[in-house]
Design a protein around this ligand. Structure first.
Ligand code: ADP
Ligand code: MG
Length: 275
């Protein structure tokens, strides 16, 4: 068990936004790496048939014989689907294109919305000692994303700092409300994260002001700047924190990790260890 844990069971967080390209995967990978730097044990669950989180954490396609799909649909044992990554403290349940047919295949399954919940919250998970489970959602409000919301304690919403960013949000908020009413009343919004933020750009500043005015405390204090090192890192199969530790992108994801870690009462623990 890691030093980090205070509550006994992992905190499960979905990273969701039905828009593609808003930095869901980038944030999943780098938040995982940032929390791991703080001493947490983190499991990344790749729930996108594109498997970008798996690739970004160095899991070759050939290594993905069992995936999140098998975990959900065939109840494959956790130790067969969970892999170590090259990053200390970060494990992954990988994905491949098998997941793309899940929506259709599961339509007649009574438990179709709860499959990921049942997989991630099974007692056998405790033996792994994870502090956080981060679920990288596909760019849709499909059954897969609903599974993530049903399985999670909270949802982190990356928002690209561009025009119309807030408009897409209302649909996601509706889905979250629906899930709360039907399947998971404890689902909270962990926060809305402004990504690819360019402080010299007036439009980005407007989006930020708009988001902070409308969403208030839900918006993370930390914003992720547009940073080329962040976009280069996946081609080296590394989080930016490992690819270029001193970059602005790494600094930002460290700040986000700390902002989140503090919510779970780790301040004193972190101070003790000098973070
Ligand atoms: P999603 O998972 O929401 O589809 P990604 O995380 O794949 O989005 O990000 C989309 C693209 O934007 C990727 O090429 C990624 O490398 C790039 N990207 C994400 N965040 C940043 C950033 N802060 N600065 C520069 N490029 C970024
Ligand atoms: Mg993605």
């Amino acid at each position: 068990m890691s030093e980090f844990l205070f509550h006994g069971a992992p905190r499960i967080m979905a990273l969701a936004n039905q828009k593609g390209g808003v930095a869901k995967t980038t944030t999943t990978i780098n938040l995982a790496a940032g929390l791991a730097e703080l001493g947490a044990k983190v499991l990344v669950v790749d729930l996108d048939p594109q498997g970008n989180a798996s690739t970004g954490l160095g899991i070759e396609v050939a290594q993905r014989s069992l995936t999140t799909y098998d975990l959900m649909v065939d109840e494959s044992p956790l130790d067969l689907v969970i892999h170590d990554t090259g990053i200390v403290g970060v494990s992954i349940c990988p994905a491949n294109s098998d997941l793309s047919s899940a929506d259709m295949e599961l339509i007649a399954n009574e438990k179709r919305s709860h499959l990921l919940h049942d997989a991630l919250r099974q007692p056998a998970m405790d033996a792994f000692g994870f502090d956080f489970i981060l679920i990288d959602c596909p760019p849709s409000l499909s059954l897969l994303t609903v599974n993530a919301l049903v399985a999670s304690h909270s949802v982190l919403i990356p928002l690209q700092s561009e025009f119309f960013a807030l408009e897409g949000l209302s649909q996601l908020m509706l889905t979250i409300r629906e899930v709360r009413q039907t399947a998971n009343s404890e689902l909270r919004i962990e926060g809305v994260l402004l990504t690819m933020y360019d402080k010299r750009n007036n439009l980005a500043q407007l989006v930020e002001a708009d988001a902070r005015e409308n969403l208030g405390e839900l918006v993370f204090e930390t914003m992720i700047p547009r940073n080329v090192r962040i976009s280069e890192a996946p081609s080296y199969a590394l989080p930016v924190l490992a690819y270029d530790s001193a970059s602005k992108g790494s600094e930002a994801y460290r700040a986000l990790s700390l902002e989140i870690a503090r919510r779970y009462g780790v301040d004193s623990k972190l101070q003790e260890s000098g973070v």
